[in-house]
Design a protein around this ligand. Structure first.
Ligand code: NDP
Length: 507
């Protein structure tokens, strides 16, 4: 299914005499092999190290967004299943995991990390088939970073006293973790690694469209011989996520997803005493000053918004360009867009894969149409899209004003809105004029300007002369409607510990 129509207006030829879309070098297909992976026809819930059907037995289908073909059926958890999973996690915490010395927990985490590395090809292929992201991203970013989180937090497991001196760090109990579909395995690692290192047990609910690498991870849990009940994975719709986070035996909730659902969870948990971290939406400003190295900035802009089809909470979706370099930058950007290869996520040359679902594609399409209706000028390269699957061309809007919906709302797709500014203060004013505050980027050769901008920007992460860089040692999280709490680094560890010194959160 292709919902996009060709809306392109072709740019003037660039300095090599090429217009966007003119591609003198066609790449031969380079598909990643799939014969080394095994996707089961049906997955049960993973509770107490066993896969078992939901009770009552009910399933739903998971599809490949690039082909619209069914990959597997997965269990649709019931309220009773949530209860069973939380019960298994609570018992594992009481009888096994909280009693293990940190150095023993660390051994399990190292083991998980090493198995993930050993099985990295398998993880990368399943991730790309299920989410639609290009194999070069799942292979080079998602899977290595996920393993790196387990290595990193394994290192902390026996050093909690040093991380939080004089605060008597204790595990909280059962952590309920609800994650989205844009980085299914990486979000799992962000959540499970610090929770286990801190001595908690977990029940994780992946997004309904992307549970397959979570179930592959369940296999790794068994291979690593974790005590039963330490990691439990259940699948089901949003209501099941709500059942899970509000369960009375859950002590800690970690959610990544939309601001709408984040607010619902915050309301439901107010006054419950549970520790909560929310990592929600974003509308990041990527700011290019006239002294920036433009070619380097172009790569950062492309990486900022077209990486993972723009389905990234910290995507650089609002580009602010200093007026004096606007024309030159847009010309270069259009030429660069013409070289992006859109298509089969399993092809190693693909830059932009499939949008995760028909629903998300419809949302992107609707917002793009609003941009046209509100008077912004659209550019899309003249590339062919596959005839099946949920694909959308990399899109660029110029002539955008701050009041346009495409400058205000999170699109979560490969769509860039370009705005201009004259002075640093104007850039700061415009960049901060959003309900979100997750990330931002600054491109300039002046160190002093970087410091000024970084300090003035209301965003949890600010990149300078780069974009979308992640590291397990570095905290990540938002201001304002982008959520609260931090994941990653020592901050992410603290979110899974009772640091009150008197064990009051301990259940
Ligand atoms: P959601 O916030 O609905 O989904 C994220 C996770 O929360 C999924 O596991 C989902 O389950 C679960 N969930 C849904 N409803 C509830 C609920 N009431 N209580 C508890 N858990 C719930 O995001 P969408 O998938 O609907 O995406 C909508 C928009 O959200 C996107 O277009 C994008 O703008 C934004 N988004 C932001 C993300 C981020 O990383 N900040 C990630 C994903 C989306 P299920 O999959 O079963 O519905």
């Amino acid at each position: 299914m292709t919902l996009t129509k060709k809306l392109e207006s072709r740019p003037a030829p660039n300095s090599w005499g090429l217009a966007a879309g003119d591609n003198p070098w066609e790449y031969a297909p380079a598909p990643e092999a799939t014969d080394h992976i095994r996707i089961e026809p049906e997955y049960g819930l993973f509770i107490g190290n066993q896969f078992a059907p939901s009770k009552p037995r009910k399933t739903f289908s998971v599809i490949n967004p690039a082909t619209e073909e069914r990959l597997a059926k997965v269990a649709h958890a019931s309220k009773a299943d949530v209860n069973r999973a939380v019960g298994a996690a609570r018992e594992a915490h009481r009888s096994a995991w909280s009693k293990l010395p940190g150095r023993e927990r660390a051994k399990y985490l190292y083991r998980i990390a090493r198995i993930m590395q050993e099985r990295s090809r398998e993880f990368a292929v399943v991730e790309s088939m299920n989410s639609g992201k290009p194999i070069k991203e799942s292979r080079d970013v998602d899977v290595p970073l996920a393993a790196a989180h387990f290595f990193y937090y394994a290192g902390w497991a026996d050093k909690l006293e040093y991380a939080f001196p004089n605060r008597d760090p204790r595990s909280l109990g059962v952590a309920a973790q609800v994650i989205p579909w844009n980085f299914p395995l990486l979000m799992l690692a962000w959540k499970i690694a610090p929770a286990l290192a801190a001595g908690n047990t977990v029940v994780l609910k992946p997004a309904s469209t992307t549970p397959l690498t979570a179930y592959l991870f369940a296999d790794v849990v068994r291979q690593a011989d974790l005590p039963p009940g330490v990691v439990n994975i259940i699948t089901g719709p949003g209501e099941i996520g709500m059942e899970l986070v509000t369960h009375p035996d859950v002590s800690k909730v970690a959610f990544t997803g939309s601001t709408v659902v984040g607010k619902m969870i915050a309301r439901a948990l107010a006054g419950s005493g549970k520790k909560v971290t929310l990592e929600l939406g974003g509308k990041a400003a990527n700011i290019v000053f006239d002294d920036a190295p433009l070619d380097q900035a172009i790569e950062g802009i492309v990486n900022g918004i077209y990486f993972n089809q723009g389905e990234v909470c910290c995507a650089g979706s609002r580009l602010f360009v200093q007026e004096s370099v606007h024309e030159a930058l847009i010309e270069k950007l259009k030429a660069r867009l013409g070289t992006l290869r859109v298509g089969d996520p399993l092809d190693k040359n693909t830059d932009v894969g499939a949008i995760n679902s028909a629903g998300q594609l419809a949302k992107v399409q609707e917002l793009v149409e609003s941009g046209i209706a509100e008077g912004a000028e659209i550019f899309q390269p003249d590339c062919e899209l596959p005839t099946r699957g949920f694909f959308f061309r990399p899109t660029l809007f110029t002539g955008v004003s701050m009041s346009h919906r495409i400058a205000q709302e999170e699109i979560f797709g490969p769509v860039l809105s370009v705005l201009t500014f004259r002075t640093p203060d104007e850039a700061i004013e415009k960049a901060n004029n959003t309900p979100y505050g997750l990330s931002a980027g600054v491109w300039t050769e002046k160190g002093s300007r970087i410091f000024k901008m970084v300090n003035a920007m209301r965003a949890g992460v600010v990149w300078a002369n780069t974009f979308n860089r992640f590291d397990p040692t570095s905290p990540f999280g938002g201001y304002k409607e982008s959520g609260y709490g931090r994941e990653g680094g020592i901050h992410g560890l603290g979110a899974y510990l009772d640091l009150s010194g008197n064990g009051t959160n301990h259940r």
